[in-house]
Design a protein around this ligand. Structure first.
Ligand code: ZN
Length: 158
């Protein structure tokens, strides 16, 4: 498990015990490089989450598909693979811990956009244009304008 403080790859488990409600194993770890201590939890993957698409079709949630669409939006932007993985993991965690058996592709798209907005304005616009499928060029222009205002991005990069 990689150290969250110095990114060293080797950390040691100092202590391992079940949580109070017995649904997870809590491990105290120590980085062998910088000495930082942190905690990880091991949990059972309890449920399959079903994604409900806009045409009402249903399919099981798959991380790989999510990863694919995010990677596509981020292509040639020089974004760290690790940053993309973090974003995908963050969305996956939100989906899996929502407590719902079904989640709309719309809601997942919003989560991705939330992450991309901070990460890269161009990737954000790319993803949004696919996901929101703007009906008219005017709608897209308006949207892109709001992004530029927020991110201060260069319109020539779009
Ligand atoms: Zn460390």
């Amino acid at each position: 498990m990689r150290c969250p403080f110095c990114a060293h790859d080797d950390t040691q488990v100092k202590d391992s015990r079940p949580t109070e409600d017995n649904t997870a194993i809590r491990r105290r770890r120590q980085c062998s490089s910088c000495g930082a201590r942190f905690t990880t939890f091991e949990r059972i993957q309890l449920r399959e989450v079903t994604v409900v698409k806009s045409d009402d079709a249903r399919e099981p949630f798959e991380r790989s598909k999510l990863e694919q669409s995010v990677t596509l939006a981020c292509r040639k932007r020089g974004i760290d693979r690790e940053k993309i993985d973090q974003l995908v993991s963050g969305v996956q965690r939100q989906v899996e811990t929502s407590g719902e058996a079904e989640i709309s592709s719309l809601a997942i798209g919003e989560m991705v956009m939330e992450g991309l907005r901070v990460l890269d304005s161009v990737a954000y616009i790319r993803f949004a244009s696919v996901y929101r499928s703007f009906n008219e060029a005017k709608d897209f222009e308006e949207f892109a304008g709001t992004v530029r205002d927020v991110a201060g991005g260069d319109p020539d990069n779009v």
